[in-house]
Design a binder for this molecule. Structure first.
Ligand code: G3H
Length: 244
């Protein structure tokens, strides 16, 4: 059984250094004050990528493109191109039915898949998951899919969604060779349930800040989360070995 990889969203070079030093595998560049998928300025992303490649070559780096309307496809693709050009491993793009119609979402998924950029579609789960969008994503060569929430005041993804829907999301992503990631106000106390669901990636921001995801990352919370995640995945491996 493979381990869940920890993704932590960071807003600047100082937070990126903290996350990398704590052993976070996926460093996600995002400006939380600018929305669920708020973008970090492009001029900031490139130097962070260069620094992390030198100091923590095993860390993978993602960046979000901002909360862009699904109908504004040209602007979205332009932002994807310039973000990919910074050298990040993943460009995360929100697929949010609050920002466009189902047909606009399907067109966006097709265009993102054909873009040649390492796009990771981030499905916003606040209004549930539309299976037709997952079917559209399954036809594209995405390396990973993520499920997240836009409204951070409504509780965690695990409170919003039943396990069977999350299991289905993970299975659909894996079924087409993509990694499956879960995020959305996740809390360390939810690690046992996350471990049972066993996505490939678990993403955090709010839980490693001092109560507000728009505030600063708190090193002690980050270290505690990293430790809890590595313990949870070690225990899962041991249990799998014992059963084998
Ligand atoms: O991509 C992951 C998100 O930034 C998670 O943020 P959150 O834990 O505050 O919902």
């Amino acid at each position: 059984m493979s381990a869940m990889q920890l993704l932590v969203s960071v807003r600047d070079a100082a937070e990126a250094r903290l996350a990398a030093a704590a052993g976070v595998e996926l460093i996600d560049l995002k400006e939380p004050k600018a929305g669920a998928l708020g973008a970090v300025a492009l001029g900031t992303i490139g130097p962070i990528v260069d620094e992390l490649r030198a100091s923590h070559p095993r860390a993978r780096i993602s960046a979000t493109v901002g909360d862009l309307p699904l109908g504004e496809l040209d602007a979205m693709l332009a932002q994807v191109r310039v973000t990919a050009a910074t050298g990040v491993d993943w460009v995360k793009v929100g697929i949010d039915l609050a920002s466009g119609s189902r047909s606009e979402a399907r067109c966006a998924i097709e265009a993102l898949g054909a873009s040649g950029a390492p796009v990771v579609p981030v499905f916003l789960a606040d209004r549930g998951i539309d299976p037709t969008l997952l079917e559209a994503a399954a036809r594209q060569p995405f390396g990973a899919w993520m499920l997240d929430t836009a409204d951070k005041s409504r509780g965690s993804l695990l409170e919003l969604m039943a396990d069977d829907a999350l299991v289905d999301f993970i299975a659909r992503a894996r079924g087409c060779g993509a990694l499956a990631g879960l995020a959305g106000s996740l809390r360390p106390a939810e690690l046992p349930r996350l471990t049972r669901l066993a996505p490939d990636v678990i993403g955090f921001r709010g839980a490693v800040c001092g109560g507000d995801r728009r505030g600063a990352l708190v090193p002690e919370r980050l270290a505690a989360l990293q430790l809890a995640v590595s313990r949870a995945t070690t225990n899962t491996r041991l249990a799998a070995c014992a059963e084998a």
